[in-house]
Design a binder for this molecule. Structure first.
Ligand code: O7M
Length: 215
């Protein structure tokens, strides 16, 4: 993903019309659009094919299954035109390897969730987040997902993964995190949903976040 705006839109609206309107309005300010279950369950995987005409798409299916099922999910998503996929890591190295192999075949990216941004994200993830980050490096993932709500954890995870992998970081705005703080802590991109798509002017909201990050 080209690092121009450092902003990834989390497009968690559920209908095609709003999705395409918002994506078009913010396209100058985002490097990628993250699409997950809310929109794909609402409109089908075909929405990815439409959105890739506007910006590169990261498919957030938090893939977490046995290697064969993970492979099938990744193949579907990349055949639809997604440039990247988000996977869990707690399912183990063989499952992650399966996703990375498909991504390498397509020339696309895999991002692995380390610790989640919501309060419950510390309950089970905290003790294993750093091991998952190490595994992401060893498996050849493109990057990891780490919480903008806890910039100190982004710093910890950056130390583990080094400079080669990217950190994409959700939790800015609606969840209380600051874009500038988490970029300073070592994130490459912030992922922002509600603060943009619920705004009366998604473009202005996206521009404001970009300005905060000096991009
Ligand atoms: O800005 P928001 O809070 O409206 O949206 C944040 C988006 O990031 C939303 O799509 C979440 O599903 C996602 N997300 C988190 O909020 N926290 C996490 O720990 C991980 C993700 C995510 O994108 O995982 C890949």
């Amino acid at each position: 993903m080209d690092k121009k705006n450092r902003l990834i839109l989390a497009l968690d609206v559920t209908d095609r019309e709003n999705a395409l309107r918002i994506a078009n309005e913010v396209s100058d300010y985002v490097d990628s659009i993250k699409v997950g279950y809310p929109l794909v369950l609402g409109e089908g995987l075909g929405i990815v094919k439409e959105l890739v005409e506007i910006a590169p798409v990261i498919a957030d299916f938090k893939v977490a299954d046995i290697p064969n099922t993970d492979r099938l999910i990744c193949e579907h998503v990349f055949n639809a035109g997604a440039a990247g996929i988000i996977t869990h890591g707690f399912t183990g190295r063989d499952s992650l390897d399966s996703c990375v192999k498909v991504a390498n075949d397509f020339g696309t990216d895999v991002y692995v969730v380390t610790e989640m941004s919501h309060p419950g994200g510390v309950e089970f993830f905290r003790p294993v987040a750093e091991d998952i980050a190490k595994m992401a490096v060893e498996a050849g993932a493109s990057g990891v997902v780490a919480p903008a709500t806890r910039p100190e954890r982004v710093k910890d995870i950056r130390k583990i993964i080094g400079e080669e992998l990217s950190i994409i970081s959700p939790g800015v705005g609606a969840q209380g995190g600051s874009a500038a703080d988490v970029i300073r802590a070592g994130a490459d991109w912030v992922i922002v949903g509600r603060s943009i798509y619920n705004s009366d002017s998604p473009a202005e909201a996206a521009k404001k976040i970009c300005d905060e990050m000096n991009c």
